[in-house]
Design a protein around this ligand. Structure first.
Ligand code: DON
Length: 322
């Protein structure tokens, strides 16, 4: 629970009263910038060289108000955070019942790339926030060809970000050469009749969505869109419905930070999604979202500084849903 012990610190009440949001955000940045725990992911070779000192926090309210500290414009690949937004797009297309039935919304309690989770659950991918469930979700993206399905994903995620997102080609090529495990997960789902499209084509689209280049600022906008019932605070566009935003946040609450989701909810009380490149987006429904970026991860694959900052700010800003 190393991500979470900040709450003890924040509970000590050493903060001066009446700090403004901006001051609290800078306080979070200052507290965790020097933290040296966690390990940069290296199972995707292109991620291994990330600067472990990078740290950025971007907070966006549903009305578009922004507060930022640190490396908020540093690019990194979206990785698993894409799962939340592709799920929202698929939910918008296919509806609540169908995603519930075909993918599932319960936590596996196992690591994000677990094969055993599929085997233990009769071929069900269990939820859209682990690799198997995300691959099954990407297979449900509509379109007549793989190229058009990929364009649908890229365009949809860009609408969440409020700007055109592009592929980080180096990350994509590196992951495409080393993603045997994801290909195996897709084949296993196929063997259970759980994949509606070609497994390798689907893994390729999934790998591309994970390789989209974003910043902490983009994460804040994407999260704030879910916080605002699907309306992007920058562009004013209704990206998905309010119902789909609610469904997506419900899945993030139970599954967004993998097998740590229970502890995260217990200590932080906000739906969130993490990715192995070090991004985290945490959403306060009706209020706004925090986009955090810092590459060193805990053993479940969640950014250490990002988790600490979320915990601190959830408490300091009174955002805990419970
Ligand atoms: O499929 C993978 O393994 C990566 N593209 C994404 C995994 C990920 O981000 C898990 N997160 N913490």
């Amino acid at each position: 629970a190393d991500v979470l012990d900040v709450t003890q610190e924040a509970r000590t009440g050493d903060l001066p009263p009446h700090l403004r949001v901006d001051e609290l955000l800078h306080e979070a940045y200052g507290r965790y910038r020097g933290l040296r725990t966690g390990t940069v992911a290296d199972y995707i070779p292109a991620l291994a060289g990330a600067d472990p000192d990078l740290f950025g926090l971007s907070l966006m309210a549903v009305d578009g108000e922004v507060h930022e500290a640190g490396a908020v414009a540093a690019p990194f690949s979206l990785q698993s955070i894409s799962k939340a937004f592709v799920f929202a797009l698929v939910c918008e297309e296919l509806g609540h019942e169908e995603v519930h039935e075909r993918i599932g919304v319960n936590n596996t309690g196992l690591p994000f790339n677990s094969v055993m989770a599929i085997e233990l659950n009769h071929g069900s991918p269990m939820n859209p926030m682990v690799n198997a469930g995300a691959i099954a979700t990407t297979a449900m993206v509509p379109g007549p060809s793989a190229a058009e399905r990929w364009e649908h994903v890229r365009h949809g995620l860009s609408r969440f970000a409020g700007r055109p997102l592009t592929l980080d080609g180096a990350v994509y090529r590196s992951e495409a050469l080393t993603n045997q495990r994801n290909r195996a997960l897709a084949r296993l789902l196929e063997s259970y009749g759980r994949l509606v499209e070609d497994p390798l084509e689907t893994v390729d689209i999934y790998t591309r969505q994970c390789s989209l280049s974003v910043t902490a600022r983009d994460l804040a906008v994407m999260g704030a869109t879910l916080a605002a019932g699907g309306v992007n605070p920058l562009t004013g566009e209704q990206v998905v419905s309010a119902e789909v935003s609610r469904d997506t946040l419900a899945v993030l609450a139970s599954c967004g930070v993998y097998e740590r989701s229970g502890e995260w909810m217990f200590e932080i009380g906000l739906p969130a999604k993490s990715g192995v490149s070090g991004g985290i987006v945490a959403v306060a429904p009706g209020k706004g979202a925090l986009g955090a970026f810092s590459p060193p991860l805990d053993d479940a694959g969640n950014s250490v500084r990002g988790g600490r900052a979320c915990a601190f700010l959830s408490r300091a800003l009174g955002l805990n849903l419970f």
